[in-house]
Design a protein around this ligand. Structure first.
Ligand code: ADP
Length: 161
């Protein structure tokens, strides 16, 4: 069985993430979306909220599951016997970061491979960081986040005012 993980912060999930997940779900028998959680980082949505949102967005993809993990991604993968990390690549600016991370993971776990998938051209400018900025100032979120994320994001911003 071909399995892979797609790790990230997903704070919040965007249509760009969703597109990658849909595309990899066709290539692998089982895909785990792994929500990373670091105590050093601050998030808009809690890990539990992100998990619930992503599960709702993916309810029509039966071979994709969502998990939260606080440790090293490679440790999660070893415990589950998952050999492949998928990451999305948008513009050139993503490249160095992704290359460093792939090589670090290779150093930690030489048996694990990182595979990069190009963002669809219509999504290459979309990032969770930009989405939060737009939401903070009341900008239009249409076509940027899945429909269920929009009201949650607006509500969250109100709470944070
Ligand atoms: P991280 O904080 O680990 O970078 P993100 O949630 O920002 O996590 O992104 C997770 C993965 O999805 C990364 O590989 C990132 O490059 C990719 N990604 C982010 N936005 C998009 C997008 N619009 N289209 C395709 N891939 C994306």
């Amino acid at each position: 069985m071909k399995t892979a993980i797609y790790p990230g912060s997903f704070d919040p999930i965007t249509v760009g993430h969703l597109d990658i997940i849909k595309r990899i779900s066709k290539l692998y028998d089982k895909v785990t979306v792994l929500i990373s959680y670091s105590q050093q980082k601050s998030y808009l949505f809690s890990a539990a909220e992100r998990k619930q949102i992503i599960e709702e967005c993916l309810k029509n993809l039966p071979n994709v599951s969502v998990e939260v993990y606080q440790g090293l991604t490679v440790d999660f993968m070893r415990a589950r016997n998952i050999p492949v990390i998928i990451r999305g690549l948008r513009a050139v600016v993503d490249f160095e970061y992704e290359m460093a991370m792939a090589n670090m993971n290779r150093k930690l776990a030489p048996d694990i491979e990182t595979i990069l998938m190009f963002a669809s051209p219509e999504h290459y400018y979309i990032s969770s960081r930009a989405i939060k900025e737009i939401a903070r100032f009341g900008g239009r979120l249409d076509d940027l986040v899945p429909d269920i994320v929009k009201p949650l994001l607006i509500q969250k911003m109100k709470e944070h005012l």
